[in-house]
Ligand binder design. Structure first.
Ligand code: MRU
Length: 354
């Protein structure tokens, strides 16, 4: 019997079969198809093609992926094993550029190898397995805590707007921006959730609307150019979005179009919150202008979703996948340790020193 999306793990390690198990998100909402991936090339491609996507889920995938890549390596000593590890890590790191969780998770995995250079290779392999599983399981707890902290910012009956998918499909459970929605829903808060469709790949329509509707929430899908209208009509009490990377000054990269929603929210006096696990905060970058923004293929805009073309052949296309929302437009950054407020240089620095 087909599983519902809420019963499927977004990303997990099948230890018996030495495989990464994901739900192929390019097939949603039409088809719930799980993929068992064993080869590093397949895992790289799954990230690149957005079969698994969303910053936390990409990080977990990379951690499991690098473990699987080195699990069966026969090396004469740890130095050789480490070289092979570094090669696998470097390869997975090229799959997507913006979500810092990818690099954060790979660095955390490398830390395990570096710390145990004097151990048996099999011991290190086992520690890598444990670390990958920890990274996955911690995400559940981190997202739940983000949700609990964000619950302070909402009241029953609130209208909430979100952009893209920062839901359980972008993480392991709860999601980030959707965590207060799931937790509030469990408490009977009866939110009205508005979901931007999120062009060009429709993560809002295909994924967020799908998972929240399956969870029994009151969901209304809107086109990306309608958020101004619903804010003007006082239908939105707060905006919650996720993010792929937060710079030291609080500037935040998230799905393209997020900065437009933030500017409109500021105009209408609607609070705009970014939900971010601390793993998404990159203190090595001073400002959002330094965040690498992925540019994807023109076909995603011109011919992705219909058999008929959606634009004339040969038209010039600009397809940045993320944009940067200035910290000035952000009311608060909700982390697992609490809600960060401006000045973000100070609050984020303190947070990262915890
Ligand atoms: O291109 P995607 O689908 O990976 O983009 C995802 C987003 O922009 C999410 O909002 C972000 O990764 C946060 S997920 C908790």
């Amino acid at each position: 019997m087909a599983k519902t999306i809420l019963e499927c793990d977004t990303v997990s390690l099948d230890e018996e079969n030495s495989a990464l198990v994901i739900v192929d998100q390019t097939q949603l909402p039409g088809r719930i198809k799980q993929l068992c991936l064993t080869e590093i090339e397949e895992i790289w491609e799954a990230i690149y093609l957005l079969k698994v996507r969303g910053a936390p889920a990409i990080g977990v995938t990379a951690a499991i992926g690098v473990y699987l890549a080195v699990k069966n390596i026969e090396a004469v000593n740890m130095a050789v094993f480490y070289k092979r590890f570094q090669k696998a890590k470097a390869y997975l790191a090229t799959s997507r550029p913006t979500a810092v969780n990818l690099f954060w998770a790979l660095d955390r995995m490398e830390g395990v190898v570096v710390k145990h250079m004097d151990c048996e290779i099999n011991t290190v392999k086992e520690l890598l397995r444990q670390e990958a599983v920890n990274i996955r399981n911690e995400d559940i707890e981190v997202c739940r805590r983000i949700g609990e902290n964000a619950l302070e910012l909402v009241k029953p009956g609130y209208g909430l707007l979100t952009h893209c998918n920062a839901g359980r499909l972008a993480a392991v459970k709860y999601g980030t921006a959707t965590a207060p929605m799931y937790l509030g829903h469990e408490k009977g808060y009866k939110f009205r959730i508005y979901v931007d469709e999120t062009r060009p790949l429709l993560q809002g329509a295909r994924l967020t609307a799908f998972e929240l509707q399956e969870a029994g929430m009151d969901v209304t899908l809107i086109c990306d150019n309608m958020s101004g209208t619903i804010m003007q009509k006082d239908m939105v009490d707060a905006v919650f979005v996720g993010c792929d990377r937060v710079a030291a000054n609080g500037d935040t990269a998230n799905k393209i179009g997020t900065s437009v929603v933030a500017a409109v929210a500021k105009h209408y006096g609607v609070p705009f919150y970014v939900c971010a696990p601390t793993s998404t905060i990159d203190m090595s970058l001073a400002a959002g202008s330094e965040i690498p923004i992925e540019e994807r293929s023109p076909e995603e805009i011109t011919e992705m979703w219909y058999e008929q073309r959606m634009a004339p052949k040969g038209v010039k296309v600009y397809n940045p996948c993320f944009d940067v929302t200035s910290h000035e437009l952000i009311t608060g950054i909700v982390t697992e340790y609490g809600i960060m407020r401006a000045p973000y240089e100070e609050s984020l620095k303190k947070l990262k020193n915890i």
